[in-house]
Design a protein around this ligand. Structure first.
Ligand SMILES: [Zn+2]
Length: 258
């Protein structure tokens, strides 16, 4: 197993998406997590003189796959994506589902099924790097909107992510954190760490800086979508005796209306 440290370049693109490029100087592999926009991804590759070898697609939404074919035709890269929506991923070569793992350049990548936002979304966990790419499942202080699946599916997906080691670095597909923070404070207003984090986020965004990556630990302490079992949130929602999944469903419904 190749334990060399991957270089990670995160960059904003489109309206509020993040692109991420991973590079391993030893094996020469260069991976794009999703392919939101050809020019933005290609600029990062060109400016660092990198040759794209792989795209790991998380889900079929256009703002995650738009550049698949253009990048593949320029670089001849291999496209790996979610098994349950493989027919919707342009240029896909190989697909994987929940519980699968595969290797690129000696790095083992574990596939975490994360349906809810779409029916087939997958997240990619690089265990030897302690990094997970959550796309539109888990956001900083938020979670993806449930377009195709059910709240139960999304709740299960988030629990899988929450079970990763606390210090796991979390990269997500969008910069939604400022809006997420405002909502989070509406359901968890007495969480001192959240109040503090919301201020830091405001400062970061005022200075045009990203609020990602985050960590699993920080999300468990401040993200209401991972805190359905929290007594104060339950009390505020008047759901003291409800099941965690019901509390999660109510928080998600409130966010949709917020
Ligand atoms: Zn999406």
């Amino acid at each position: 197993m190749n334990a060399s440290k991957l270089e990670i370049f995160q960059f904003p693109c489109r309206q509020d998406n993040y692109g991420v490029i991973l590079h391993d100087g030893d094996s020469g592999i260069t991976i794009s997590i999703d392919a939101p926009e050809f020019e933005a991804v290609d600029d990062v590759l060109e400016s660092r003189n990198l040759k794209l070898t792989h795209i790991l697609t998380t889900h079929h939404h256009m703002d995650h796959v738009e550049a698949n074919e253009a990048l593949k035709s320029k670089y001849g890269c291999r496209i790996i994506g979610p098994a349950d929506e493989a027919d919707k991923i342009p240029g896909i070569d190989k697909s994987h589902g929940h519980g699968d793992s595969f290797e690129i350049g000696g790095h083992r990548i574990e596939v975490i099924g994360a349906p809810g936002h779409t029916l087939g979304q997958v997240n990619y966990y690089f265990a030897d790097q302690g990094v997970v790419f959550c796309a539109d499942a888990l956001f900083a202080l938020g979670c993806g909107r449930i377009f195709e699946g059910t709240p139960e599916m999304m709740f299960t997906a988030l629990n899988r992510l929450a079970a990763l080691p606390n210090d796991t670095l979390v990269y997500a597909g969008h910069e939604y954190t400022l809006a997420n923070a405002k909502f989070a404070l509406s359901v968890d207003p007495e969480n001192a760490e959240l109040v503090e984090r919301a201020k830091e986020i405001e400062l970061l965004r005022d200075n045009g800086k990203p609020t990602l990556p985050t960590t699993i630990d920080l999300e468990k302490r401040t993200n209401p979508f991972l805190r359905a079992s929290d007594a104060k949130i339950r009390a505020l929602l008047a759901m003291d005796d409800a099941a965690d999944v019901e509390v999660f469903t109510e928080i998600r419904a409130r966010k949709d209306r917020f």
